[in-house]
Design a binder for this molecule. Structure first.
Ligand code: ADP
Ligand code: ZN
Ligand code: ZN
Length: 743
């Protein structure tokens, strides 16, 4: 009886969404373990797959594994994590497995590289004779032989590249018996250049608040208890220093740690703080890396050469073992949730891994998610609240003024800047200080309209207004990316009364340049930061004082710690407030509090100005007063009334189809597989707020209940049938567990 293995094949379909049983040929017996990548026959095809530590189901007609491609792609914990993700977020097993695989995981990127070599199978003299014989008829084969005679055996791909020979020429030589091939295993490690960076900074003396927080965390660390701490610290209160001390303690115990930061906060400033303290024990995982660099970092982590991983969302899957602490900075950030399948939330993954590793979790924020703060309020000793209520060095929190833009209009001020903001900007510029201007919309204007015939430039695929981008001279759809050249004369009536309305970051820059011609302005948004490394260079230039004013979208609201910034201006606090999204109020409060936190971080006190048409809105008032608890109390009541988390679990199901009726019908079918339960509320089908994006109509179904475990099981069971039904009508069904975006 041959030994058997369970294999998950690398194919995303409902039919392949489970491990399959294969036999292990004698010759491969010592290479097949959990995490081995293999080639297996599947129906009439041959597929890649991964060996997983599940008991193989006995089945008829067991076929053998064809080949081993590499080993050590994931650990036992990695597989358990993938299973948990698939179950929790209703995605395919192999999709979840891809989260724990090495980045860019092709076969070449296995831990042990398997390189195919080619060498002469005959003597040099025989080879030379053959070269003579083939000289005219087969020049490619001659080049191959010549290279092998002069250079000796070499990797197949390099040989082919160097001689510009086709694989078929090599095959002919193989058939002649002139050459042979074999596979050589290398671990690739000799190619890594490990830069040794010694720790550089001396840690500061902790403040009493920091001491207190650390003292609360240490016992759990020592006892290896998987306790969770919410570190609620105002902006500039020194949360990062607490993280650093926790990590130092973890390393001293020979354990490892993960620090997650929102991608856009992963500035060189932030990286320096960790590398400065822990040198090259730190591995960085962020989108600024090239695939090869990212893979090299992954390997360092896997081999235990880096014990501290600092990275964005997906770094939570880093192949560390023996984790002692997991830290999520700015834990409320929506960037921790992946918006495509698998729609996981890094916070939940963190809690799962911490539990497995008996690690502490630290969730840090000045504006914790309402759901997180609620948990930390509970009686549960497992989840506790720590606070840093003051800024470092008794610096005051910025004074915030709210400006009612309706009054500006009444006073005849049509500018996008209120009189107060103009005065403050002039003051900052005169004093040689710096300012940040925040507007959560890129481009020049929100829509383009012909004032003669009323035509509004719309996206043909989304039926939504196009945004004018002045620098590119194009009209761009912010939903699907469609764009076309901007026009000065109306394409419909030919008039020249075409005007753009509304305001984006580009227009803020033009206005600053018009009003303060000598001011040096930088813009940071998705348009200016698209190029690799562009974010870093813009932030660096501003931090070094090469500009007076930084204008940007929410990219400027996070993480920046620049001492000469004494003014933050929010051009329109209402932008995010009025979105048809249950979390719009929370997000607005968080954004305002975070962005105002960028000012007054040095010796000079800071000030913030919020421009709004709704100055009495609860989110705005709470942010003005830095009153987190006030906001939390109000928002919690609202959540309870409308049954949103933490009082309910939510699953958002969406149907996308070229015909609107198809989408609706499909959702009725989804709804019909849910077993009636008086605790579970099903809302819809209703049209999604953005009804049509990229030629697809979008309708949705919202499922709410105190516990949706049963609903998840019902959906999982029905999913093969539902996706098949969707496929038949060119539609797509998506499922989002604990959704953060309702648009
Ligand atoms: P937060 O993450 O809470 O916004 P930071 O960790 O960025 O705050 O700290 C704000 C500033 O105070 C940073 O420049 C940091 O280097 C400095 N800092 C932190 N802790 C101390 C301390 N104990 N003594 C002196 N400076 C500190
Ligand atoms: Zn017109
Ligand atoms: Zn579009």
């Amino acid at each position: 009886m041959p030994k058997l293995a369970s294999v998950v094949v690398d194919l995303v379909t409902t039919a392949t969404n489970k491990p399959f049983t294969y036999s292990i040929p004698e010759s491969l017996a010592d290479q097949v373990h959990c995490g081995t990548k293999v080639r297996v026959p599947f129906g009439h095809r041959v597929l890649s797959g991964y060996v997983v530590p599940e008991t193989p189901e006995p089945v008829a007609n067991i076929r053998p594994i064809k080949a081993v491609l590499g080993q050590g792609f994931f650990s036992e914990e990695g597989w358990q994590l993938a299973k948990w993700v698939a179950d929790r977020y209703l995605c395919y097993l192999v999709e979840a497995l891809h989260l724990v695989l090495p980045p860019g995981s092709s076969d070449r990127l296995s831990l042990e590289q398997r390189v195919e070599y080619v060498g002469l199978a005959i003597t040099e003299a025989e080879a030379k004779a053959l070269i003579e014989k083939l000289a005219v008829r087969a020049p490619a084969q001659v080049r191959l032989l010549t290279a092998l005679v002069s250079g000796g055996a070499q990797p197949r791909l390099e040989l082919l590249r160097q001689t510009k020979a086709a694989a078929s020429s090599l095959k002919s030589l193989l058939a002649r018996g002139a050459v042979k091939t074999w596979v050589q295993v290398t671990d690739g490690s000799n190619k890594d250049h490990l830069e040794v960076i010694p720790p550089s900074s001396d840690p500061p003396v902790l403040t009493p608040d920091q001491e207190r927080a650390l003292a609360a965390i240490m016992p759990a660390l020592k006892a290896q208890r998987s306790k969770v701490f919410l570190l609620h610290g105002v902006t500039g209160s020194g949360k990062t220093e607490v993280y650093l001390r926790v990590l130092a303690a973890v390393l001293a115990k020979g354990r490892s740690g993960i620090v997650l930061v929102p991608e856009i906060a992963l500035t060189p400033q932030m990286q320096e703080r960790f590398v400065g303290r822990f040198g090259n024990q730190v591995a960085m995982l962020h989108s600024g890396l090239k695939d090869r660099e990212r893979y090299a970092e992954w390997q360092r982590i896997r081999r235990g050469q880096a014990q501290v991983v600092v990275g964005a969302r997906s770094a939570i899957f880093a192949p560390l073992s023996n984790i002692g602490a997991i830290i999520l900075d700015e834990e409320h950030e929506t960037a921790y949730k992946q918006e495509e399948s698998p729609r996981y939330h890094a916070r939940d993954v963190a809690l799962w891994r911490a539990q497995q590793n008996k690690a502490v979790t630290i969730l840090g924020s000045a504006t914790p998610a309402v759901t997180t703060y609620f948990k930390a309020q509970g009686e549960d000793d497992h989840f506790c609240l720590l606070t840093l209520p003051r800024r470092i060095a008794h610096r005051p929190l910025p004074q915030v003024n709210v400006v009612d833009m309706r009054q500006e209009l009444l006073a005849g001020n049509l500018s996008i800047f209120s009189r107060q903001l103009q005065d403050e900007l002039s003051r900052v510029l005169a004093a040689g200080q710096q300012a940040i201007l925040f507007l959560n919309r890129r481009g020049h204007s929100t829509f383009v309209l012909c004032r003669r015939c009323g035509l509004v430039a719309e996206c043909p695929h989304c039926e939504l207004a196009l945004t004018f981008h002045k620098a590119k001279r194009r009209l761009i759809c912010h939903h699907c990316g469609y764009s076309k050249p901007a026009f000065d004369t109306c394409p419909s009536c030919g008039s020249s009364y075409v005007r753009d309305f509304g305001c984006g970051t580009e227009r803020v820059v033009s206005e600053v340049e018009r009003l303060w011609p000598r001011a040096r302005v930088l813009r940071l948004d998705a348009d200016t930061s698209a190029r690799r490394g562009a974010t870093d260079s813009i932030v660096n230039a501003f931090a070094q004082g090469q500009a007076d004013i930084l204008v940007g979208t929410q990219m400027v609201a996070k993480g920046l710690d620049i001492k000469r910034v004494t003014l933050v201006g929010v051009i329109s606090a209402d932008l995010t407030l009025n979105l048809p999204d249950p979390y719009a109020w929370e997000r607005t409060f968080q954004l305002l509090e975070q962005v105002s936190g960028r000012t007054g971080r040095g010796e000079m006190p800071g000030r913030a100005i919020f421009q709004t048409y709704t100055p009495h809105h609860a989110s705005i008032v709470a942010a003005q007063r830095h009153d987190y608890i006030g906001f939390y109390t109000m928002e919690l009541k609202r959540r309870k009334r409308h049954l949103y988390p933490p009082f309910a679990e939510i699953i958002l199901l969406r149907a996308l189809a070229p015909i609107e009726k198809t989408a609706i019908k499909l959702l009725h079918q989804v709804s019909s597989v849910l077993i009636a339960d008086k605790e579970v509320i099903v809302e819809g089908p209703t049209p999604s707020p953005f009804l049509k994006v990229g030629d697809k109509y979008r309708w949705q179904l919202l499922v709410k209940g105190p516990d949706l475990t049963a609903v998840r099981q019902q959906l999982a069971a029905a999913w093969p049938e539902l996706t098949a039904a969707a496929g038949r009508v060119q539609a797509r069904l998506t499922v989002d567990v604990d959704p953060l975006s309702y648009l």
